[in-house]
Write a protein that binds this ligand. Structure first.
Ligand code: ADP
Ligand code: ASP
Ligand code: MG
Length: 415
């Protein structure tokens, strides 16, 4: 069982979480619980680091930001004990959850679950802070923002759990963010592949890496709400959304829509380089330095060459990497040979995702037409087998998501 930040925000909510956990144990399950820091706490801790020194040491950043989860895991153990349960917290370094050393973006290598399983078999509820691990040299590491989902899936895989229930502040995965589109519909099932794609293009309900890990390890994941009454249907009745394999889905959901969901991402920035020489090697000169700095370039357009053998190149990078990208490109100006750099942070990426796309034509054109009808201009396009993304002006994000939700027939019918 994993509980996110909103579910853990304050002792009142932690007591409710304790009741949900206790109920699962009373139903005969052995349970391990992974918790997030209280909502807003990690942001607060990150800010302290920035204030102390904008060029902080990532290893010490990890020491600071991992503390949020230490607090909530202890508090949940206390709340469980108050209900008469036998509960114990295990911090990342105690378990241990071994990670690679990359501070602030560590990857889990292995979890030593033997002691944990032994305790669980004795009836102890294990409470584990998400987001944190231990590096080879014994220092605290963290997994990157939203990483508690990944901790939960990793623990589930390590103890060979029947299921990994991810409790959050919505009651499942919806066709789009239910906070933006009131008519969003809850999905009963989503495939790993679709969830992976949805998460990677901005549906923050699950961290992308957690979905990839669940897929690889075959962990059964359910997304469900922690904001429930004590007499709400138990998690075992699958009240939330199950992430399933393609094979499982076949035969289950005959009436699946062509498009599963729509996601948006406001954390991208657009960069245009003007008058780049239109010759072999030019693009390699642009993206080489960015790749070396581990900056992820997403959408790329190279315009048709103009006269004089020059062309404009436009691409997107994570907004957080914009300043660094501009620096690197300026430094490589001679080699690349461009005229001007034009950065733009007022952009958003809107994506439609669905496995049905593999076998159906016309998905992209529906998207382009629906946006054109509302006067929304498309600045860049990228596609994969099961996804089409467009870059638009940020101010139109909510409008675009709503319009597409309707265009693909995803709106819930009013009761
Ligand atoms: P937690 O703190 O529990 O990890 P998050 O805030 O990370 O929760 O994720 C839950 C949020 O994800 C929801 O409140 C919702 O606004 C957002 N969200 C975005 N896209 C979707 C979607 N397709 N379905 C459900 N929730 C979504
Ligand atoms: N508390 C961490 C964060 O906000 C990890 C998590 O909640 O998943 O990123
Ligand atoms: Mg989250």
């Amino acid at each position: 069982m994993k509980f996110g930040g909103t579910s853990m925000a304050g002792t009142e909510r932690i007591r409710r979480v304790a009741r949900i956990v206790k109920r699962q144990q009373d139903a005969g399950h052995e349970v391990a619980v992974v918790v997030s820091a209280m909502a807003g706490e990690t942001d607060r801790l990150v800010n302290f680091c920035r204030e102390a020194n904008p060029l902080y040491d990532p290893a010490e950043y990890d020491v600071v930001v991992a503390s949020g989860e230490q607090v909530t895991s202890g508090l949940l153990a206390i709340a469980l004990q108050a209900l008469g349960a036998n509960a114990r917290s295990w911090l990342g370094w105690q378990l241990p959850i071994r990670t690679v050393e990359a501070h602030a973006k560590a990857r889990i290598e292995e979890i030593d679950a033997e002691a944990l399983i032994a305790e669980m078999q004795k009836g102890v509820i294990a409470v584990i802070p998400g987001f944190q691990g231990m590096s080879e040299d014994g220092r605290v590491t963290t997994l990157g923002r939203g990483g508690s989902d990944t901790s939960a899936v990793a623990v589930a895989a390590a103890v060979k759990a029947d299921r990994c229930d991810i409790y959050t502040d919505v009651d499942g995965v919806y066709t789009t963010d239910p906070r933006i589109v009131a008519k969003a519909r809850k999905l009963t099932n989503v495939t790993y592949e679709e969830m992976l794609e949805l998460a990677s293009v901005g549906a923050k309900v699950l961290q992308t890496r957690s979905v990839g890990l669940a897929m690889k390890e075959g962990v059964r994941v359910q997304v469900l709400s922690s904001f429930i009454d004590d007499d709400a249907p138990a998690a075992d009745t699958i009240p939330g959304t199950m992430i399933v394999s393609d094979e499982e889905l076949e035969g289950m959901d005959m009436e699946r829509q062509l498009i599963t969901g729509i996601a948006h991402d406001k954390n991208e920035a657009k960069i245009t380089l003007t008058r780049v020489p239109d010759k072999p090697g030019a693009v390699a000169n642009i993206f080489g330095p960015l790749a070396e700095a581990a900056i992820n370039v997403d959408m790329i357009i190279q315009n048709v060459g103009r006269d004089k053998g020059e062309t404009d190149v436009t691409f997107t990078v994570p907004a957080a990497d914009l300043a660094r990208s501009l620096d690197l490109l300026e430094a490589a100006k001679e080699t690349i040979g461009f005229n001007r750099i034009i950065p733009d942070t007022n952009v958003a990426k809107i994506s439609v995702v669905g496995v049905g796309m593999k076998s159906h034509a016309g998905v992209a054109s529906t998207m382009f037409k629906a946006l054109a009808d509302r006067g929304v201009n498309i600045q860049a396009i990228s596609t994969s087998e099961i996804k089409v993304s467009v870059l638009i002006e940020e101010d139109y994000t909510e409008l675009a998501v709503r319009v597409l939700h309707t265009a693909y027939g995803l709106d819930a019918v009013e009761a």
